[in-house]
Design a protein around this ligand. Structure first.
Ligand SMILES: [Zn+2]
Length: 268
């Protein structure tokens, strides 16, 4: 099994907004997504990063507003098309997409994957599909980014076998049934936000997704306050999730975050 991460965009963001007592200077945040070449599941993505569906062409005014707020600069070399090309793949070759949560920067490109099934937290998916438009906008989820037949292509990750990590991480759900990819609930950022743990790799690691923007916020206990906390669904749970990740790292574990600009061993 091969696991790699690509960076779809940069988002210059004031450090003070994402790190308590951070500097008044901009940090070029990344927007990562993963690609996993799994022997049984086939080519699988972890989220999609930002794609032009969020930033260009016809789209709703709330989605336009979202793009204006975060101002992502898409990186041509990190876009999904380019990444798939590097692996000799096309969008139709993708068999599964694991959706860690429904923020636009994680689901932007979903409509491209006509042959994929989607691993989701079924409750989260239902609340985006059935939720009132205002609630979705408030939570940064945009139904227009989902394929029309999305509801028929879902796999509930919580219905997969339980897996005991045996370390600081809580029990997870064994997505492929071979202990290679474990969905670890890390709620707080959104109510059903989760990470992916790869325990069987030669160098195991946790993709902790959006537990925080910067690793230093977790390791130095510098979680940001308002306005970042306003974008967090449950700040108490988010702090508990950061605590879990900190304990995991302190015990020798390695972590990748979606947005931390620091280069990782798994970046393409
Ligand atoms: Zn997010």
């Amino acid at each position: 099994m091969k696991v790699a991460f690509a960076n779809s965009a940069t988002m210059p963001t004031l450090e003070r907004l994402i790190l308590r007592k951070g500097r008044w200077r901009k940090v070029p945040l990344c927007v990562r997504y993963g690609i996993v070449l799994h022997p049984e599941l086939g080519p699988t993505l972890i989220d999609t990063g930002y794609t032009p569906e969020t930033t260009q062409g016809p789209r709703s005014w709330p989605l336009r507003l979202y793009g204006m707020l975060f101002r992502p600069r898409l990186l041509p070399d990190g876009q999904i098309v380019s990444t798939l090309q590097k692996f000799g793949l096309m969008a139709d070759d993708i068999k599964h997409v694991i959706i860690t949560h429904f923020h636009a920067d994680h689901i932007s490109g979903l409509r491209r994957f006509r042959n994929a099934r989607f691993y989701v937290d079924q409750d989260a998916a239902q609340s985006v599909l059935a939720g009132p438009r205002f609630a979705n906008i408030r939570h940064g989820s945009f139904k227009e980014l989902l394929p029309d037949d999305f509801a028929e292509r879902l796999i509930d990750l919580k219905a997969q076998p339980r897996f005991e990590t045996g370390n600081a991480l809580p029990d997870g759900f064994d997505l492929a049934g071979d202990h290679s990819m474990i969905a670890i609930p890390l709620p707080g950022h959104t109510h059903s936000h989760f990470g992916i743990y790869f325990p069987t790799l030669e160098r195991p690691f946790l993709y902790a997704t959006d537990v925080q923007w910067l690793t230093s916020a977790i390791m130095d206990d510098r979680l940001p306050g308002f306005p970042s906390s306003f974008a967090t669904a449950n700040t108490t749970k988010a702090a508990a999730a950061a605590d879990i990740v900190r304990q995991y790292v302190c015990a020798g574990g390695e972590v990748v975050l979606c947005h931390d600009p620091k280069q990782t061993a798994w970046d393409i």
